[in-house]
Design a protein around this ligand. Structure first.
Ligand code: HPA
Ligand code: ZN
Length: 347
């Protein structure tokens, strides 16, 4: 990396991690729904929840694996009905992100979770998009949308979803793949991703969160994605690590998610440092911050404390986030200049 960073005292690192400008590239907007907002939207929409109050809902957030989380996450999203609901959720996330010095966010959304309940694609995208526009004006944060296909559903269903989204394609920068990974390999979606590629969308996919390195290989070679979401299982395959490093295929790593879904037993055992030391373009992100106990800066500060990571890693992670983003070249340059200035002037 071109920029050499001075050592920073351990007690000053959290301040640096908070202050440094960063991009968030792995955030499911439905996973930013805080229990308080779930309850207030349920009231607004006359929906009965199977939990007595916010505290009871929070107590249910004890996950053992990805599927145990997804069951509750999809149930939580059922309070989203109107365009205003999607707007309120997204603006709340962007305000929180901006306070963490996120200057650019690429936001996942799961339309099938909503269209399958009778909520229209236009309702979903209109609310999300208006919040992105207003956040730019209010907070100076840029945000774009990545539409994810649910991999536990069929490829035919994904094609149908793509068709429904086409009138709104100007509001979508990329296509992703999420939901239950094991048993739903990337190649299940080969044809729909090929179509999305022809249409000019950026492509990403969740792979190697719980699934094997083979899924990361097929995400790259069959789906031809530009980034891998999670990808932490890649460290089990030396050849794959070399490929990811050589082609600078970024990993959007989410340490607190991995902790809460029992992918690693504790943060000290997380392999973020190993990925960076192997020359991979890893980034740090929050995934589903309302469910996993922290937003992006909590992910940074807790992972750095547990792993004893130094300021050079902070710089490299923030720089990777801008380089791996789908912003234009001029915006990337501006963000990296600001990042350099932050590190040059930090005392
Ligand atoms: N993995 C897969 N699907 C998801 C996730 C995740 O971490 N979060 C929301 N949907
Ligand atoms: Zn995710």
């Amino acid at each position: 990396m071109s920029f050499v960073v001075q050592t920073v005292a351990a007690d000053r690192l959290p301040d640096l991690l908070r202050r440094m400008p960063k991009a968030e590239l792995h955030i499911h907007i439905e996973g930013s729904l805080e229990p308080e907002l779930i309850f207030s939207l349920a009231t607004r929409n006359g929906i009965a929840l199977p939990y007595a109050d916010v505290a009871a809902l929070r107590r249910a957030y004890a996950f053992t694996n990805l599927q145990s989380f997804l069951d509750i996450y999809y149930a939580g999203a059922s309070v989203l009905i109107t365009s205003q609901d999607f707007y309120d959720m997204t603006l709340a996330y962007l305000r929180k992100a901006a306070s963490d010095n996120v200057v650019h966010a690429e936001i996942f959304f799961d339309p099938q979770t909503h269209t399958s309940r009778g909520v229209g694609m236009a309702t979903v995208i209109d609310g999300l998009h208006r919040a992105c526009v207003d956040a730019q004006a209010e907070l100076g944060i840029s945000a774009s949308l990545i539409m994810c296909f649910l991999r536990h559903l069929s490829e035919e269903d994904a094609f149908e979803t793509l068709e429904q989204a086409m009138p709104h394609r100007d509001h979508i920068i990329g296509i992703g793949l999420d939901s239950g990974e094991v048993g739903n390999p990337p190649e299940k979606f080969a044809r729909v991703f090929a179509r999305c590629r022809e249409l000019g969308f950026h492509l990403v996919a969740h792979a190697g969160e719980e699934g094997p390195p083979a899924y990361v290989w097929t995400a790259i070679d069959v789906l031809k994605v530009e980034r891998i979401d999670h990808g932490v299982q890649s460290s089990k395959d030396a050849l794959l690590m070399q490929r990811l490093a050589k082609d600078r295929i970024a990993l959007t790593v989410c340490p607190l998610s991995n902790l809460k879904l029992c992918v690693f037993p504790d943060l000290a055992s997380h392999n973020l440092r190993e990925l960076l030391d192997a020359g991979l373009a890893a980034t740090v992100n929050s995934d589903d911050p309302a469910y996993f106990g922290g937003y992006i800066n909590d992910n940074f500060t807790q992972t750095f404390a547990a792993g004893g990571l130094q300021a050079q890693y902070a710089y490299d992670l923030a720089r990777n986030s801008f380089e791996a983003s789908f912003s234009g070249a001029a915006a990337k340059r501006l963000h990296i200049d600001r990042l350099n200035e932050c590190f040059e002037t930090f005392r």
